[in-house]
Design a protein around this ligand. Structure first.
Ligand code: SAH
Ligand code: SF4
Length: 365
């Protein structure tokens, strides 16, 4: 018999399974609560579930998380875990503690089909999409590490999620959606959609759907204001140019002044960091409830860009702020362990050898 991981199954799929096996539907609620509120690792712990049903579950499913292959801690408190899945593939998850929150940076793919020039992950061929179990599993492993079961109401070490790890989440849409719905479910992990941000490099046709069906905050990796520059930095721009991307942002469901779209803009010396770029940026985003996150470029072995100077970044930020937008400069975290934005790559000989045809993705660029 095929033993499936029960983690990562949607509530609807679990209900269907129970119906097919004549298990009363209300038991789904109990099992769900044990899995995602209490974080149990075994069916034996589900003490209010009758033994016969536990036995059935045991025969049908396993409760499985990714393994932590290596764990690294930065001197600023950031932790990076290299997680190993049961086919021995690996992806990275990063935890960033801050004064008022703890953010988990979650991966959606192993490698990436896109090849943004400044991104370390982009140098790794796509190996495969992560399953919903592997995406939820990243959150559950973090909760295991911090001992945050049962799901605490406030004061959580893992209070926010950003889908900003390895991969393009909108190229693994269904699994990301299933995973985030599990994470947001009020009877389980219960992270509010307002505390979840999904970052995309600009997969325009999926953005509306994402807003309607998942409803999380959107971050868009803009990085350039002219098509010629963006074509080079984010090659997906050749397919979905700046104007189309910004139209999709304008139409993003649920965007408002209370729920602004974040534009990410990596500061690259002499590439995209002039005052004229800042002014053009303001012109482009007019009418969009937005904040602009300026990301100092994080170097990685072999990268060919330089980060803009601190003075240049500040002047760029000032122009944007004077126009009334919030424009925080993201402090690089975990740089010493290559855990900062764009530095993730689960390179190993095995993965480098493993070349997967990019046709495997739903909408390969
Ligand atoms: N694929 C998605 C999400 C992952 S990348 C996306 O591209 O949006 C998360 C953010 O880090 C993106 O804004 C990305 O452009 C940025 N980034 C990538 N490489 C970087 C680097 N070397 N320095 C700083 N930010 C980088
Ligand atoms: Fe992929 Fe995002 Fe890196 Fe571009 S920036 S290569 S989309 S992970």
């Amino acid at each position: 018999m095929n033993i499936q991981n029960i983690i990562g199954l949607s509530r609807e799929d679990l209900i269907t399974h129970f119906e097919e096996h004549n298990v009363p539907k209300f038991r789904v609620q109990q099992v769900w609560n044990w899995l995602y509120h209490h974080g149990v690792h075994s069916f034996d712990r589900m003490v209010n579930v009758p033994a016969a049903i536990r036995q059935h579950l045991q025969e049908s499913f396993v409760i499985e998380r990714p393994q932590i292959a290596t764990s690294q801690a930065s001197n600023d408190g950031t932790q990076k875990w290299l997680l190993r899945f049961n086919d021995n593939q690996e992806a990275e998850t990063v935890h960033i503690p801050e004064v008022d929150r703890g953010t988990l940076c979650v991966s959606s793919q192993i490698g990436c089909t896109l090849t943004c020039k400044f991104c370390h992950t982009g140098t790794q061929t796509l190996v495969r999409n992560l399953t919903s179990a592997e995406i939820v599993g990243q959150m559950m492993v973090a909760r295991d590490v911090f001992g945050e079961w049962p799901s605490p109401v406030g004061g959580r070490h893992v209070s926010n999620i950003v889908m900003m790890g390895m991969g393009e989440p909108l190229y693994n849409y269904e699994n990301v959606k299933t995973a985030l719905k599990i994470i947001m479910d009020h009877e389980g992990i219960s992270l509010s959609r307002r505390r979840i941000t999904l970052s995309t490099s600009g997969v325009v046709p999926m953005m509306k759907k994402c807003g309607e069906e998942i409803g999380v905050n959107l971050a868009v990796s803009l990085h350039a204001v002219r098509n010629d520059v963006r074509d080079h930095l984010v090659p997906l721009n050749k397919k979905y140019p700046v104007e189309e991307l910004l139209d999709a942002c304008r139409q993003y469901p649920g965007a408002s002044n209370a729920r602004r779209i974040t534009f990410e803009y990596v500061m690259l010396k002499d590439v995209n960091d002039s005052n004229a770029d800042a002014k053009e940026l303001l012109r482009l985003i007019r009418g969009i409830p937005a904040k602009i996150n300026l990301i100092p470029f994080n170097p990685w072995p072999g990268s060919s860009f330089e980060c803009s100077t601190a003075g240049r970044i500040q002047e760029f930020a000032n122009i944007i702020q004077r126009a009334g937008y919030s424009s925080p400069v993201r402090t690089p975290r975990g740089q010493d362990i290559l855990a900062a934005c764009g530095q993730l790559k689960s390179a190993s000989e095995r993965q480098r050898k493993s070349k997967v045809d990019s046709n495997n993705t739903s909408d390969a660029a």
